[in-house]
Design a protein around this ligand. Structure first.
Ligand SMILES: [Zn+2]
Length: 320
């Protein structure tokens, strides 16, 4: 599937082409003339846009399968597609630091509306020491005291509901003729998200333990909305490396609090989670920040709802 467009090429040539072009697989999808073309930056927004858009929308996701969004940047074809689209949906809150320059680079004749989907959510600020450049705003010289917006809004069903509403409103705005369809499909999405939210609230209220240890700091919104506390091995971005002394402190906390599982995720290496778990004598389990689907997730027809349901089941297991 990955190599669909370049099937005739010999494998070494394909590999060379991938190396030269920088960062692996391409985003999927092409502009369809008689639909509302919606370009989304990463999976959760793509999922909601596709569901709410239904047959009226052609959704193109920029982030390829199996890639996590923190260090991804767009390619020239993405600029071409987005220039021709009606709507460009991005998370905002500092997730896609490349967006301002990307928008400046669009064709001058482009009529695309850019919408920050996480707008209206009560953002969580963090003073986490950020050694990773999220793309422009906070460079290496940023000190540990400066505040950053935590971008991981979608990981809580409560804020995902607001994002879905923003997506619906932006679709109605660019394509008012199909308002009824957007409203109808949105109400189904909203129902599912509200049910998920209610289930998270009810189940997590029952668990006696409230502390979770995760690999990257992606669960602040989920923790805020459902009464948990996260301790992250890494920072906001999964490739921000922890310091040795932080790992020792975490191992002590795990022992002191009687924490039984260290959570890791599938799109980034589980090495540190495994190291910490071994150090503290506990096990590991998956907690998915739903930043993207893996190839396997796609084969198994996983989606935002099924992955969040699995997250809930693993949280219950770890915290009971
Ligand atoms: Zn993240």
């Amino acid at each position: 599937m990955l190599f669909k467009g370049i099937k005739g090429l010999a494998l070494p040539l394909i590999l060379l082409a991938l190396l030269l072009s920088g960062c692996g697989p391409k985003s999927s999808g092409a502009i369809v003339e008689d639909k509302v073309n919606v370009v989304t930056t990463f999976y959760p927004i793509y999922e909601f846009a596709k569901e709410i858009g239904g047959e009226d929308v052609n959704a193109i996701n920029l982030l390829p399968v199996g890639v996590e969004p923190h260090d991804w940047t767009p390619r020239s074809q993405d600029i071409v597609n987005t220039s021709k689209a009606q709507l460009f949906l991005y998370n905002g809150a500092g997730l896609e630091g490349w967006v301002p320059n990307f928008l400046k680079g669009l064709d001058s004749g482009s009529k695309v509306q850019a919408v920050e989907v996480s707008k209206g959510i009560n953002y969580i600020m963090t003073n986490e020491e950020d050694e990773h450049d999220h793309g422009g705003e906070h460079k290496e010289e940023a000190s540990g005291d400066s505040l950053h917006t935590d971008p991981h809004t979608w990981v809580s069903p409560k804020s995902a509901l607001l994002m879905a509403e923003n997506i619906k409103n932006s679709l109605v705005q660019v394509d008012p003729a199909h308002k009824d369809g957007y409203e109808e499909r949105y109400s189904k999405v909203a129902e599912r998200l509200k049910a998920l939210d209610a289930k998270f609230a009810a189940e997590l209220a029952k668990v006696p333990n409230k502390e979770i240890v995760v690999s990257h700091q992606a669960f602040a919104y989920l923790c805020r909305d459902y009464g948990l506390t996260q301790h992250a091995i890494m920072g906001l971005s999964p490739d921000a490396e922890p310091r040795g002394q932080d790992l020792v402190k975490l191992a002590e906390l795990v022992k002191k609090e009687g924490i039984r599982y260290i959570f890791f995720e599938e799109l980034v290496s589980d090495k540190l989670a495994k190291t910490l778990a071994a150090e503290a004598g506990v096990s590991t389990m998956v907690l998915n920040p739903v930043e993207g689907l893996t190839e396997q997730d796609q084969k198994n027809n996983e989606n935002y709802y099924t992955l969040m349901e699995k997250n809930l089941q693993n949280l219950i297991l770890a915290l009971k």
